[in-house]
Design a protein around this ligand. Sequence first.
Ligand code: NDP
Length: 258
Amino acid sequence: AAKRLTGKTIVVTGASSGIGRSTALEFARTAPQNGLRLILTARRIDTLKEVAADIAKEVGDGVKVLPFKLDVSSSAEIKAFVGNLPEEWRNIDVLVNNAGLVKGVARAPEIDEDDINVMFQTNVTGLVNMTQVVLPIFLARPDGGHGDIINVGSIAGREPYAGGSIYCATKAAVRSFSESLRKELIATRVRVIEIDPGQVETEFSVIRFYGDKSKADAVYAGVEPLTPDDIAEVIVFNATRRENVVVADTLIYPNHQA
Ligand code: NDP
């Protein structure tokens, strides 16, 4: 299956930590000698450079890595993204739309408007904008279009919880978008894949509680959360299926999550 990644160019958003970082490493591990190009994007460019160094340390220089500073909440940055890539990095085959965040735990009357905006701008508008700049590359291919769009949603998009209404709404939007897009592209060979994780231990909950680590740790009390590698393995599994196979929709729980 690793051969199916030969020569591919893969973009991972939110590759500076958690699931995105693990996904970058997992692609590199799966196809270390197959001429992969990995474009790693996030706001923290220094952290992306560290991820690139981690990849080189683990698999050597068979995988080319381009750390690229990109804030997905900026439409202007996204519009300039492909044009700002060096020419040989523009032939993108796989887009992993992973960047996302949750801010705050608040009942509806107290939700902070800035938190609402940042969650929608990042999780929804950013993901849609990224898709819009990459899809034309896929659709310009002579076979009528092929490439993979892998969207990281959440269990929260399927099972909304009290205190998380806006985050849940953003992830429900991601889910709907994935499904609509899959149907719009049915005549092409573009695959649209939705991956919905349950609890995964990353920086995610630290950000949710504005940096309060003890509150973040309490989220995982009583459940052994998934690791980011668990999700990364599923993302890479999807990208390495035969072109005619679409595992369109996956929910991944830790074994004991209710
Ligand atoms: P992390 O906080 O560890 O990683 C989030 C990543 O998103 C970081 O690399 C961060 O990079 C990036 N990011 C955030 N905002 C922006 C932005 N405006 N522009 C570009 N990149 C951005 O969390 P996870 O790895 O857990 O989260 C990854 C995805 O998984 C998210 O979409 C999340 O909703 C989803 N998810 C997570 C679950 C969990 O339990 N952890 C469960 C279900 C889904 P930087 O700060 O450098 O920009």
